[in-house]
Design a protein around this ligand. Sequence first.
Ligand SMILES: Cc1ncc(COP(=O)(O)O)c(C=O)c1O
Length: 441
Amino acid sequence: MYSKQFYINNSYICYITTNTYRMNINFSTATFKDFENIPGFDMMERADIYYDFLEYMKTNGHRYRLQNNTGCSSVMNVGTQDDGIKEMVSFVTSDYLGLTQHLKVKEAAIEGIRKYGTGSAATPLIGGYYSYHNDLESKIAGFFGRSADEAVTFTTGYTANSATLQILLQKEDIAIVDMAVHASVYEGCILTNRKTFPHNNLEALEQILKLSKNQFRTKLVVIDGVYSQDGDTAPIEEIYNLVKKYDAYLMVDDVHGVGILGKTGRGTIEDTGLLDKIDIITGTFSKTFGNLGGYVIASKKLTNFIRFQSRQQIFSATIPPGTAAGIIKAIDLIDEEPHLRTKLWDNINYFKKGLNDLKLDTGTTCSAVIPVKIGDIHTTMDVGKMLLDRGVYTNPIMYPAVARKDARIRMSMTASHEREHLDKTLNAFEDINKKLHIAKK
Ligand SMILES: Cc1ncc(COP(=O)(O)O)c(C=O)c1O
């Protein structure tokens, strides 16, 4: 085991020593990433030091994995350290249209369970493929104006990305990825070559495409439609043109765009007119669609290849029937209840204006993801805690999810937020800004 020694001298340093290694970790400036793989420490030692770090965070009032004691909504009962269970206005879920609580979605899910039971109990290749999976694949393909066999579903949005990339790209291929894509894309690239380009930087992308010419079998550029931490969008048309100029392919993960952006809610790609041209579109059923699962939209032959070759399709069970039925109803509601999208956008515009009137920095967002950029990690943590104390639940985001000096409070706007929730939050920010001076200088 390791020996440890703590002292407090403005900051809190932990000396950790094993037989072979000695190092200092300053708990007050450390991030989760610093504990991922401490050299010379075996798994038990790493778990031990990490435990101490989380205890230290707790003592300072900073906690993750708070327990929600009510359903996903704009107001939730959240377990806090100091005040027990407390009612909070919540901005932590991506239930953008409030469909997790929609009566018709719940009824459809219950009906799905009544009809088919609770699980599929097999992997799709060997017995776990049911008519409700076929219905779901046809439905999501149709939503994007594609034919029924141009969609394949996964149990999570994460695996839709990671599993698809892992089977499509091997060591002879390359993934060229915007540096701000989701962790699931990075995981999907572990078996292939990967080059990242600075966020939305078309010149850098073109440079990599040029240098990759004749070097790799497949060149796949991977971007998000809406980026999950800044809420900004990709210049999809320009990227598509570049990709085609250099004989590459394009994959767009539009998890945070679908249901929110586009004339009819088809997402970031809709208004570009490229919905039928992008090689691969991936997404999730866990955000706008209020359930769980992921999907890939691509040509019939590509989806077929993924369906029969991806390890997750071969070795892992499928979406359960209640969930599939709930998603199918949620997809219908995008067209049947467009007022939900209108309300969401009213909320986004009102809230963003309120934050900007306070001179808070919401960056380049043009979606339902709204950051308040602060920069310093510790101030951001303090703001998160002060918001909690005022009954507002948000997510402080820091390295490695964003750059070290780019910490922020991240909020997701939903159609179930009411004006009183937004006003309460704006008042809390105003109050905190007076104390911590987080507004733009
Ligand atoms: C951009 C992006 N892609 C993929 C995912 C994974 O989706 P899921 O949570 O449904 O697995 C997320 C989840 O937060 C995301 O933000």
